[in-house]
Design a protein around this ligand. Sequence first.
Ligand SMILES: *Cc1c(COP(=O)(O)O)cnc(C)c1O
Length: 461
Amino acid sequence: MLRALPAVDKVLLEPSVELICETIPRARCVRWIRQSIDTLRERLVDGGTGLSSVSDPSGLLKAVVAEVESKAAAEKLRSFRPVINGTGTLLHTNLGRAPLAKRAVQAMQQASGFTNVEMDLDAGDRSRRGQRLSELVCELTGAEDAVVVNNCAGATVLVLQAIAQGRDVIISRGQLVEIGGGFRLPNVFQAAGVQLCEVGTTNRTYVHDYEQATSDTTAAWIRVHRSNFVQKGFVAEPTITELVRAKRPKDIAVIDDIGSGWIGAPNSSGIFADEPSVIPSVESGADLCLFSGDKLFGGPQAGIVVGRRCWIERLRKSPMMRAMRPDKVTLAGLEATVELHLEGKLGELPFFQMLECELGELQDAAEAVKNQLSDTPHLVVSVGACQSTIGGGSMPTVEIPSVCIEVSVPSSERFAHQLRVGSPSVVGRQVATGLRIDMRTVLADQRDQLANALKAAVAAI
Ligand SMILES: *Cc1c(COP(=O)(O)O)cnc(C)c1O
């Protein structure tokens, strides 16, 4: 029986394996074949449990080929591929948060070769990386100066380390948050070598708590936006303006970690009414204000720090800055996104397109998909109402009315799996009545692909 196991070379000559070897490194393919043969050998030695159907040479060869094929298919799914987001979460962190505007994508493409990331082409000299981006961010936010790093978590570490290492930073007990993915503020303070000085209580903190806790070793006061949860009831905490105006020595910085990156007008109406915004934070005189590029700002992943020049200069001089600087492609994408904000063209940012899409348009899109599926057997499609959420750890209580298609098939989980592994992948949400696809988060230029993806998934179960 062991002699019936195929040789590696023989497996490599199989047409489907040869095809696979054209698109993946041959050495990896050989490794998979060896592993598969070794497993079969062990099972044969074990008495051939479960191998009755493959116990002749051609059966064993087929089993190895099938395993290589399935590994190749699994590998393909793991490389980056487009996904249709039917989850109803606009900034789905697992799906890459904000989809980028066309202008940002073009700018990133242009910057991907040689580009003037650190060269002043007019003067022919070296220039500062991100100089124009900083200027545009200042124009947008009204800040004196700005720096950009890889993400807001990085910005938090940079700020704490550059201005408070070896000293303490005062924070309200109600703001010691876990942002997600295990990113907990107390740990960040520790990693940055900064002593955490908690004041107030979970539900109530006052300005005098900060004033009274301030000592010679205090470097800063920080306010952190509770982005991903809310406190209600008997709660109080100072506004950023109150913190800025409070009694404190001049060399103590007030830091505002806004996170979610809402840039709109203060006290905007509707869903953004309770969201802290960058512009009022800068106006209030906060020394440093931090926010993410890929949440409500609608750009690529980045951490943007704006504020007073003296503090931003300290960040720029920090050795951490060099370790956290974004690459040219990100800088180009962010620059294009900032330009769109400056030009008031929010409608070109996919995040706002999703957010502001009218129910009527979503209804029409859902009906169109339903109609295309009307003659597909074993598939019951209905159009209904649902609620989208913002996601990305932002605005946890906000629900936006939306329209979904609900697909019910005999085997809903297998159907959902086939949708995920199809091309393009579609991710929906499992509900009691079937699989739900929220049309608000399906990007307009992906709507046409949805019906075909659904048909292919039904056919595959
Ligand atoms: C999201 C968030 C962060 C982390 O931002 P990333 O860009 O994801 O690193 C930090 N602080 C607050 C308040 C946030 O909401």
